[in-house]
Structure formats: C-alpha cells, structure tokens
Design a protein around this ligand. Structure first.
Ligand SMILES: CC(C)(COP(=O)(O)OP(=O)(O)OC[C@H]1O[C@@H](n2cnc3c(N)ncnc32)[C@H](O)[C@@H]1OP(=O)(O)O)[C@@H](O)C(=O)NCCC(=O)NCCS
Length: 209
C-alpha cells in the first residue's frame, strides 16, 4: 500500500523478531487517551504469548521498510512497525451474558465462527492514511475461508475505533464490558434489532443481510 507521500507500508504476519518494534508501539499507543494504560515490556510479552495460545490467530503488523534507492530493495532490519492487528477465534462464553446467549445460538445452530478482534492500533504519526483500514481488511481476508463468520470487537466510546467500526459495517451491540463501563462491543455479521416479528414478538438479534 502506498502512503500519500509515496513511501510503502507493508502488512505482513508478525514474527518473534518483531517483538521490540511491536512492544514499543504497543506501550506508546495504549498510554494515550482514552486508554491511559501503563505497559511494561514483560507484560506485553505475556500478552503476545497469550495470543499464540488462541485458536486460528491472525497477527499482522504494518511496517515501513527502509528503502535504499541506490540498491533497489528494502533493509529487513531497518523496518519500523507502524501498526498492528490481532484477531482470533473464540467461543461465545468469552462475552458478557446477553451477548454470549445470542452468540451461542449462532455458533451452535448455524455453526458460525466467532472472530474476536483483540487489538488494532496505528502509530499516531501515521494515522488517517488508511493503514488501520488496510489491517482490518487483511483481517477479514484471513478469515474469509470461514463461512459466515461473526466479527466482534470491543472499544471505548471515545476511541477513534468507533468511526472505523461504522465504516467497516460493524454495529454497536449496546452491550457494555462488565468492568470497563465505557467500553462497548461492536459486531459485524449479527446486529441487535428493535424489530418485531409477525406475531408481535420482539426480535433481538438478527443476521446482517
Ligand atoms: C483507531 C486507529 C487504529 C485507526 O487507524 P488509522 O490508520 O488512522 O485508520 P484509517 O486511516 O484507516 O482511518 C481513519 C480515518 O482516516 C480516514 N482516511 C483513511 N485514509 C485516508 C486518506 N488517504 N486520506 C484522508 N483520510 C483518510 C478514514 O476515512 C477515517 O476517517 P473516520 O475516522 O472519519 O472514519 C488509530 O486511530 C489508533 O491506533 N488509535 C489508538 C489505538 C486504539 O484506540 N485502538 C483501538 C483499540 S480498540
């Protein structure tokens, strides 16, 4: 993908040699508002190890390679990590009860896989250039062999992620995180409806057309 200034941003699978670049970006972005989190390198390593315990992990980083115009090509050691995306398959029990119940029916009756988007972030100096969207599109691509997957993410109502979710076809489930009350679950593939059926019964959850 070409940035507006002509340099190339590449999305590729994470490998352990990317840890330093990943960890420094992780600590930096989640120290910003609305998160205000403090992450040590050790805790970030635990997070990364946790990702690899998950089912069907898609772990992608966006890198800005150092170019050598005179040699034509990139220096793999000069790459700069400017974004990342982490998503994997989960069961319905990972979510608050009202969401878990809706998801249980979908995964059990219709065998729909549930994909949880755990992380998405782009370095502040590189935002608004489409890198976040590119990482999300790669995420959809990674799971496109799975029939009828439901994509879920959780974000703070003040995060820039809210508009990104909207533009990618996610809807707010209006289900809050049980601990962080400003954080809501967003979902693509299933939405919360206020419709009633022919018998006048309230239809709560509907498959996205
Ligand atoms: C949320 C986040 C990942 C978005 O990343 P990003 O790379 O800036 O996303 P994009 O560039 O694809 O899209 C962002 C905006 O730029 C716009 N945009 C995209 N490409 C553009 C371009 N070429 N020119 C102008 N605007 C562009 C998009 O339309 C979008 O606008 P919107 O916010 O009004 O919908 C980023 O803000 C971030 O890392 N935030 C901090 C971490 C965080 O909160 N993560 C979510 C945790 S749940």
């Amino acid at each position: 993908m070409l940035r507006r200034d002509g340099t190339l941003v590449v999305a590729r699978e994470y490998s352990y040699t990317d840890f330093d670049g990943f960890a420094s970006l992780y600590a930096k972005v989640f120290a910003e508002p609305p998160w205000f989190e403090k992450w040590s390198t050790e805790d970030i390593m635990k997070e990364v190890n946790g990702y690899f315990d998950e089912a069907n992990l898609s772990f992608t980083i966006a890198v800005l390679p150092t170019t050598y115009p005179e040699k034509e090509g990139f220096d793999p050691y000069g790459e700069r990590v400017v974004g990342f995306s982490v998503a994997y398959q989960v069961g319905p029990g990972r979510f608050p009860p009202e969401l878990a119940e809706a998801l249980l029916a979908q995964s059990w009756l219709y065998k729909r896989p549930i994909i949880y988007g755990d992380e998405l972030a782009v370095d502040a100096g590189f935002r608004g250039m489409g890198i976040g969207t590119m990482l999300m599109e790669q995420r959809f691509e990674a799971f496109n062999m799975m029939q009828d997957a439901i994509f879920i993410g959780r974000t703070d109502e003040n995060s820039k992620m809210v508009s990104m979710y909207k533009s990618l076809g996610y809807e707010n489930t209006r289900v809050q995180d049980l601990i962080y009350r400003n954080r809501y679950y967003y979902m693509k593939g299933l939405y919360r409806s206020d419709e009633v059926d022919r018998c006048g019964r309230y239809i709560e959850w509907r498959r996205t057309k």
